[in-house]
Design a protein around this ligand. Structure first.
Ligand code: DC
Length: 222
């Protein structure tokens, strides 16, 4: 696996995707948002009107093309970047990502996508399952109120009317589902560095991660 691999994990709303994208842009590296891949599968499952609770119905993945490139997510060459953020997708993605078959397919795609070059990959199981030998593993956290505030602000920016209480409830529920599922639950890798972002700006977190990368790269060069 030539290149430097950074695994960034954390719960919903911890800022993973925004931060990973900025780190990658600053360094000229490739960013892969694996949550967007699970969301794309969820969108296609909803559009195909399959029974979302039936693991076998996800066999459509055998002939589906999913790829993430320059902050855009494609399924069967269709750009679904905006569509995957719908409430319907958000409400069902934890269920879809709990199926071993779906995870096996996506983990294999993610490992292939990370094979060459310098990669910043974010998700829930990157440091534990997808890239267990990553050169740097970061686990981002933030308290629930702060994560809800960020989601709330993001929705407002997009002109979406939401209620703070609903945003908090959604985050608490998704945390619970993502961390208690049987398959690869959200869990910090033993060798990950935890970064609490509650009182940090995005720019500060990006700087800290770039510092950590610099230090590791120096060590590699020794
Ligand atoms: O990061 P996000 O909120 O877009 O992720 C959407 C969902 O996908 C999340 O609720 C859990 C799932 N997911 C996962 O199970 N494993 C990953 N590596 C990334 C996301």
């Amino acid at each position: 696996m030539p290149g430097f691999k950074v695994a960034i994990d954390g719960p919903a709303g911890s800022g993973k995707s925004t931060i990973s994208s900025r780190v990658a842009k600053r360094l000229g590296w490739t960013h892969i948002d694996t949550g967007a891949m699970y969301r794309a599968v969820t969108l296609k499952a909803i559009e195909n009107e399959i029974d979302l609770t039936d693991e076998d119905a996800y066999r459509f993945l055998e002939t589906s093309l999913i790829h993430y490139d320059l902050d855009r997510i494609y399924i069967d060459d269709r750009d679904v970047t905006e569509k995957i953020r719908s409430d319907e997708v958000t409400q069902n993605v934890s269920l879809v990502s709990s199926f071993p078959y779906v995870r096996k397919k996506l983990v294999s795609l993610q490992q292939k996508a990370a094979r060459d070059g310098n990669i910043v990959m974010d998700g829930r199981d990157i440091g534990t399952v997808v890239l267990p030998n990553a050169d740097l593993k970061v686990f981002l956290t933030a308290n629930v109120e702060e994560r809800a505030k960020r989601r709330f602000a993001e929705s407002m920016r997009k002109g979406k009317r939401v209620y703070m209480k609903n945003v908090i409830d959604e985050i608490v529920l998704r945390d619970k589902k993502d961390s208690t599922r049987a398959q690869s639950p959200l869990k910090m890798a033993d060798d990950a560095i935890m970064l609490d972002t509650t009182y940090l700006t995005i720019a500060e977190v990006v700087d800290k991660i770039i510092d950590l990368i610099d230090k590791k790269e120096k060590k590699h060069g020794d």
